[in-house]
Write a protein that binds this ligand. Structure first.
Ligand SMILES: Nc1ncnc2c1ncn2[C@@H]1O[C@H](COP(=O)(O)OP(=O)(O)OP(=O)(O)O)[C@@H](O)[C@H]1O
Length: 799
């Protein structure tokens, strides 16, 4: 039988005490009263649990207090702290009662001895005697340690509580501000600073451009959260046959909103009272009736990974709200996404393909996109490109056909929204050089933005961020592997290597795996789960190596990526900016290295011109260690080539045999020639022995250190001397590139081979000239026997 008891519940908020008896929703907890039969529990009559733990920030009086505190800077920190703690306390209570309930369920069917144990667990306050302390089981000790760890974590969080006064001039909802404080975002970034005002107060359409890693996600995420919170609180009326103006006429200005607005310096500019309504009973009814099960915001991104990230980022900011955010992307279970959509999430983040697919299947929640109130297109310049995302055009046709289109807020963001391309050398018919305004105007027309849209363009002509150290290495296609491996060896750190094709990634993956660099691939032909898993592994590994196509070029916010390598030159200037933008985020330092083959000089020249860059500095390479690097790469190529040829044949035969089996066909003499010749068993044995020998050689080579101990692994010394050397190298490379660019015969493959061979000879000679230490001489002799095996240069495969 259950019993209940109301106890005095109090929480301290700043210097105020809030009596919780009058707040929150409490419910009885069913307990077995026999457990409490002991006289120790005399007077115990029952347990109650707080049903909703949101009494903290969402309570009106606390909100009022919060806003009062915002007016007094010195109280600012206290208010954040107090509200934080009231939430933390609520959560802790919730978890505790959940645990208790679970414990009581577990204890009831168990024998009495166990129950007694539970009783002593419940009497937490009684000091443990020496005897009980000695009797503690391993599980109890573990639990205690866990508890202590939790407490320490909370104390650390308490210490990290931010001064959030830098946000006070912006109309950020308290719940969101609280989450931002927890995330450690003590001030808005420039793009947030400029977008949040017009987006929240005026609900303007926004075209936002800012450099990579500058916080654009929250610049559109916060206005969405604010809008939905206001809708839920009945401060904005969704158009259900009644205009917002009508409702506003019979309502007084909302005290809370007035207060926030008055603190704004741009009050006059932003004031748009049409959108701010008082909590009249009629409005509350309208909210309850029509608004609760609506889809309010749709956020579209070009890639699935970016959609996952945007969803998580906005969900973190919405942590203290009850706004539901769903992810709808391809490559993941359709059924699961349909189940999630049944829960009526207010915000849907996804890729156009899957959203359109579900729309066409008449998924009821997504059918509401016609009446969405917020539409965000992230990486808008890429999304609206012709030939890309036909589904986006379909979605835009639907949302733009809505009779309430004018009430929709549309937000477009990218780091390359207004990039103006320089004209081609030979003028193409009808080609016109556009101004920034014309580029933006075209984009706005395509999406259907209002003419009154606010344009916040913080992008600079040079495109990349100032903390990024850009460099290039001019080399032949065949040398790229060597330079890449050299770089990875000399500069360990989280590195992202971009290639233009999946084939190139597969080849590099194989070679770098043989060289024990542990690369993770990421491209569109992989299973979505594997893609996300690899991204996660890369994020967790401080020396991680990710080989990716441009699927990872835009938007991905992977913390502390130190190097970005363009193994193949990006096809467009935009891609160069986005790829490079995966490093040097949030004002951190980062390095990008562009590998340029003679064929790629044209592209390089184009984006130097577009980005107003005279030249990109050449990355300094220490050629003394190149022979050893070369030796390893060649051996890896040989192993790869041998394995690949054999495995390809084997795979083909297996597939053929399986297909024949399924069709009940016997592979007779007639069909036999269709199978690949794997050689006799003797040949196969020989092949395996050869492969094993090569692998053993590789193992031996990998054990040896290439760089002597104490050799600097930093490309930027504290004095910046290496940076200086890169700048000095700039002029040299400039002439070298222009000379090679003029050499018309350079691209003939025979010539290329000769250049490659002569370069190798040169490197070997160079190396032997420079090896002077006895240790190094000795180690060279060690590899003498390997010379024969690695003599043959494997033909590099096409990229
Ligand atoms: N106000 C803030 N203070 C500190 N960090 C912030 C703030 N806002 C966002 N961030 C962090 O900055 C990082 C970059 O943010 P975000 O991914 O939104 O950048 P972006 O401008 O969209 O970049 P990209 O153009 O590459 O997509 C994220 O890790 C985010 O958590």
């Amino acid at each position: 039988m259950a019993a209940s008891m109301r106890v005095k519940r109090e929480r301290h908020l700043g210097n105020k005490i809030i009596n919780l008896n009058s707040r929150g929703d409490w419910r009885e907890v069913v307990v077995d009263l026999q457990v409490f039969a002991d006289e120790k529990f005399a007077g115990f009559s029952g347990l109650e649990e707080l049903k909703s733990y949101d009494y903290g920030p969402r309570n009106e009086s606390i909100l009022l207090l919060w806003h009062q505190m915002l007016q007094v800077p010195q109280l600012h920190q206290i208010s954040i702290q107090s509200i934080y703690w009231s939430i933390a306390a609520g959560r802790a209570t919730g978890e505790k009662s959940k645990r208790k309930r679970k414990a009581s369920m577990q204890t009831s069917p168990q024998p009495k001895k166990k129950k007694k144990q539970k009783k002593s667990d419940l009497s937490i306050k009684s000091k443990p005697t020496k005897e009980t302390r000695r009797k503690k089981s391993g599980r109890e000790i573990y639990r205690e340690l866990l508890q202590k760890k939790k407490q320490r974590k909370v104390t650390e969080q308490k210490k990290e509580i931010q001064d959030m006064s830098a946000w006070s001039h912006l109309p950020i909802p308290t719940e969101v501000l609280l989450a931002l404080s927890e995330l450690g975002f003590s001030s808005p970034t420039p793009i947030q600073h400029q977008c949040l005002g017009p987006a929240i107060y005026k609900r303007s359409d926004i075209v936002g451009g800012a450099e990579t890693g500058s916080g654009k996600t929250l610049a559109f995420g916060i206005p969405i959260l604010d809008f939905i919170l206001k809708l839920k609180a009945g401060k904005i009326l969704v158009n259900k046959g009644r205009s917002t103006k009508e409702s506003e006429n019979d309502s007084a200005p909302d005290p809370e909103m007035t207060q926030v607005k008055s603190s704004s310096s741009n009050e006059e500019e932003w004031a748009d009272d049409d959108l701010l309504l008082k909590d009249t009973p009629a409005l509350v009814k309208a909210k309850v009736k029509g608004q609760e099960d609506n889809l309010y915001a749709l956020i579209l991104t070009p890639t699935r990974e970016l959609a996952v990230q945007v969803k998580n980022h906005i969900a973190a900011a919405a942590k203290y709200t009850d706004i539901k955010i769903a992810l709808v992307v391809g490559g993941m279970s359709l059924e699961k996404q349909m189940r999630i959509l049944k829960r009526q999430p207010e915000v849907v983040v996804g890729t156009p393909g899957r959203i359109w697919e579900l729309y066409q299947q008449f998924e009821p929640h997504l059918r509401k996109i016609i009446s969405i109130r917020c539409l965000v297109i992230d990486e808008a310049d890429r999304m609206v490109e012709r030939t890309h995302f036909a589904e986006l055009t379909e979605i835009l046709n639907v949302v733009n056909s809505s009779p309430h289109k004018d009430q929709r807020q549309t937000l477009l963001f990218s780091a390359t929204l207004s990039l103006v391309h320089s004209g081609p050398k030979r003028k193409i018919m009808n080609w016109k050089q556009r101004t920034r305004q014309q580029v933006l105007g075209k984009l706005m027309d395509k999406v259907g933005l209002k003419q009154t849209a606010t344009i916040v363009d913080l992008t600079k002509k040079e495109g990349t961020v100032s903390t990024l150290l850009e460099s290039k290495i001019f080399c032949n296609i065949d040398q790229k592997d060597i330079y890449l491996y050299y770089f990875l060896l000399q500069y360990p750190g989280r590195t992202l290597v971009f290639c233009n094709s999946i084939d190139c990634i597969r080849r590099l993956l194989s070679i770098l795996t043989i060289l024990q660099c542990s690369p993770y691939p990421l491209h569109s032909s992989m299973h979505q789960k594997q893609r996300l898993k690899n991204l996660e592994r890369f994020t967790e590994n401080p020396k991680g190596l990710l080989l990716a196509t441009d699927v990872a070029a835009r938007g991905l916010d992977i913390p502390n990526v130190q190097h970005v390598i363009h193994y193949q030159a990006p096809r467009t200037t935009e891609i160069y900016i986005h790829r490079s933008g995966r490093t040097a985020r949030q004002a951190k330092q980062g390095l990008s290295v562009l590998f340029l083959s003679p064929k790629e000089i044209g592209v390089y020249r184009t984006f130097c011109k577009t980005l107003d860059k005279e030249e990109i500095a050449t990355f300094p390479v220490d050629s003394r260690y190149f022979a050893e690097v070369l030796r390893r790469v060649e051996l890896a190529r040989e192993i790869d080539s041998l394995t690949h040829q054999y495995e390809k044949k084997k795979h083909k035969n297996n597939w053929f045999q399986k297909a024949a089996e399924e069709m009940d066909i016997i592979i007779d003499e007639e069909l036999n020639p269709l199978l690949e010749d794997l050689g006799s068993s003797h040949d196969q044995k020989g092949y395996k022995a050869k492969l094993d020998a090569l692998k053993a050689d590789m193992k031996f080579l990998l054990k040896k250190k290439i760089f002597p101990s104490g050799y600097s692994q930093r490309y930027i010394t504290s004095s910046g001397s290496l940076l200086q050397s890169m700048l000095e190298a700039k002029d040299k490379s400039k002439t070298a590139i222009s000379e090679l660019g003029q050499d018309k015969d350079f691209n003939i493959s025979k010539e290329k081979k000769e250049v490659w061979e002569s370069w190798k000879k040169h490197m070997k000679k160079n190396n032997s000239d420079q090896i002077s230490g006895p240790g190094q001489k000795k180690s060279r002799n060690k590899y003498k026997h390997l010379g024969k095996k690695v003599k043959k240069v494997a033909e590099p495969k096409g990229e």
